[in-house]
Design a protein around this ligand. Structure first.
Ligand code: SF4
Length: 370
C-alpha cells in the first residue's frame, strides 16, 4: 500500500505496546474485532415523539446512554447481529441537535440564533453544512493514517494565526459558500464517508474550520453510513456540555486541540471566553465517560511555554492519564499573527525541547505521535 511507503511509522507505531493498550478498541475496529460505537447506537430503540420537549428528550438520551454502555461492554459476537432500529439512539441525538439549532448552543459561544431560519452566529453557518474537501490524509498522527478526513467550512473560533483561515473565517462576508464549498445533507455526507472507506481510510475524521457547527449533519449521517469504521472528532473542542452529550457515545476516537493553558491567552488570540475551564471540562468528560482514546494536539506557541504549554501538561498528567499528547512544533506566524510581535516567529528548538522535557518529567506519552 502507498501509505506504508509514505508513512512507515503508521505501521511501526502499533509495535508500541503502550499505544496498543491505550488505543485497543480503536485497533479492534480496524481489525474487525470490535464494532464502531455508532453501529451499536443504531440498534438501541428509543420510543419518543419528535414533538416532545427538549428537556424530555435530553432525559431519554441520558437513560439510553446507560443501555448503550451496557451493550458496549458485551462481546462483539453477542451484539453484531442486533437489528437496526428505525427510531434509534442516533435518531434521538439528531432530533435533539436539530432542536438546539433553533437557538444554537452547539458551542460555548452560545449565540442562541435560529439557524433553521437562516440566522447566523459567530461561525456564520446556517443550518446548511458545507464540505470544502474530503480526502485520505497522510499527514495525521501515525496511528491515524490513512485518515478519511472531511473538512467543513466555518469555525466558531477566530484564531489570529489560523493555518486554515481560508475555510475557517476569511470567507465571511466576502464570498457565498455555494461558490467555494459543497453543500451536503446527511445522506451526501454519509456517501462521502463511505467512499473514503472504500479508498482505504481507517477512520472518518471530522475537521474544519471546525465540525462543531455541523454536529447535526454529522450525527444524521451516521444513520446512513454503512461501514464498521472509527468515528473521529478533530476539533478545537469548545463544544457546549449539551452538544458533547450528543456525541460522547458516538465518537470512537478524539483528536482535540488544546492550545492555551489559561483563559487570557485564549481571549487574546482566539477571541473566546473561559477557554481553559470549558476545554478542561470537555477533555475530562471524554476521558472518563467517553471512549478515553485521545490524542491531544498541543501547538507550542512561541513565548507561551510557562503560561500555556506547562499548565496544559500539568492538567493532562493529573487528570487525563490515558491521553497521548502530540507536542506540535509546526507553528508558523500565518494569517494575522504578524500583528502580535511575541508570536510573529516560529518556536525555537530550545522552546520545543523545554516542553518535551517537561512532558518527560511528568511521564506523559507523546513521542509515538509527535
Ligand atoms: S456553533 Fe457556536 S458559533 Fe456557531 S452559531 Fe452555534 S453557538 Fe454560535
Amino acid at each position: 500500500m502507498v501509505f506504508r511507503v509514505l508513512r512507515p511509522d503508521s505501521e511501526f507505531v502499533w509495535q508500541d505496546l503502550e499505544i496498543l493498550r491505550r488505543f485497543s478498541r480503536y485497533r479492534g475496529i480496524i481489525d474487525g474485532t470490535q464494532l464502531a460505537r455508532f453501529l451499536i447506537a443504531k440498534t438501541i430503540d428509543c420510543d419518543y415523539d419528535s414533538s416532545d420537549s427538549i428537556e424530555n428528550l435530553e432525559v431519554l438520551l441520558k437513560e439510553k446512554s446507560l443501555e448503550f454502555n451496557e451493550l458496549l461492554r458485551k462481546d462483539i459476537e453477542e451484539i453484531k447481529y442486533r437489528k437496526t432500529s428505525s427510531n434509534s439512539y442516533i435518531h434521538l441525538a439528531e432530533t435533539i441537535a436539530n432542536k438546539y439549532l433553533e437557538s444554537c448552543i452547539f458551542c460555548e459561544r452560545q449565540c442562541e440564533v435560529n439557524r433553521i431560519d437562516g440566522q447566523k452566529g459567530f461561525c456564520s453557518i446556517t443550518k446548511d453544512t458545507y464540505v470544502s474537501s474530503a480526502f485520505l490524509h497522510m499527514g495525521e498522527e501515525a496511528p491515524l493514517i490513512p485518515s478519511g478526513t472531511i473538512f467543513f467550512q466555518g469555525c466558531n473560533f477566530g484564531c489570529v494565526f489560523c493555518q486554515n483561515y481560508d475555510i475557517s473565517q476569511a470567507w465571511k462576508g466576502e464570498r457565498d459558500l455555494d461558490d467555494i464549498a459543497q453543500r451536503v445533507n446527511v445522506k451526501k455526507l454519509a456517501t462521502i464517508a463511505d467512499k473514503l472507506v472504500d479508498k482505504g481510510a481507517i477512520n472518518i475524521n471530522y475537521v474544519g474550520g471546525d465540525p462543531i457547527p455541523n454536529i447535526h449533519t454529522i450525527i444524521g449521517s451516521l444513520n446512513h453510513q454503512t461501514c464498521n469504521i472509527t468515528q473521529l472528532w478533530n476539533s478545537n473542542f469548545y463544544l457546549s456540555n449539551k452538544a458533547l452529550s450528543l456525541i460522547i457515545n458516538l465518537m470512537d476516537f478524539w483528536l482535540p486541540d488544546w492550545k492555551y493553558g489559561n483563559n487570557k491567552c485564549a481571549k487574546k488570540y482566539s477571541g473566546i471566553d473561559n477557554y481553559f475551564d470549558f476545554i478542561s471540562r470537555n477533555h475530562k468528560r471524554i476521558h472518563d465517560e467517553g471512549s478515553g482514546e485521545i490524542i491531544i494536539r498541543h501547538l507550542v506557541l512561541p513565548e507561551h511555554i510557562d503560561c500555556c504549554s506547562k499548565p496544559i501538561l500539568d492538567y493532562v498528567a493529573k487528570e487525563l492519564p490515558n491521553a497521548v499528547v502530540n507536542i506540535m512544533s509546526q507553528f508558523r506566524p500565518q494569517y494575522k499573527a504578524y500583528q502580535f510581535s511575541e508570536i510573529n516567529r516560529r518556536p525555537t528548538s530550545q522552546e520545543i525541547l523545554e516542553v518535551k522535557n517537561y512532558a518527560n518529567s511528568l511521564g506523559i506519552l507523546y513521542e509515538p505521535v509527535s
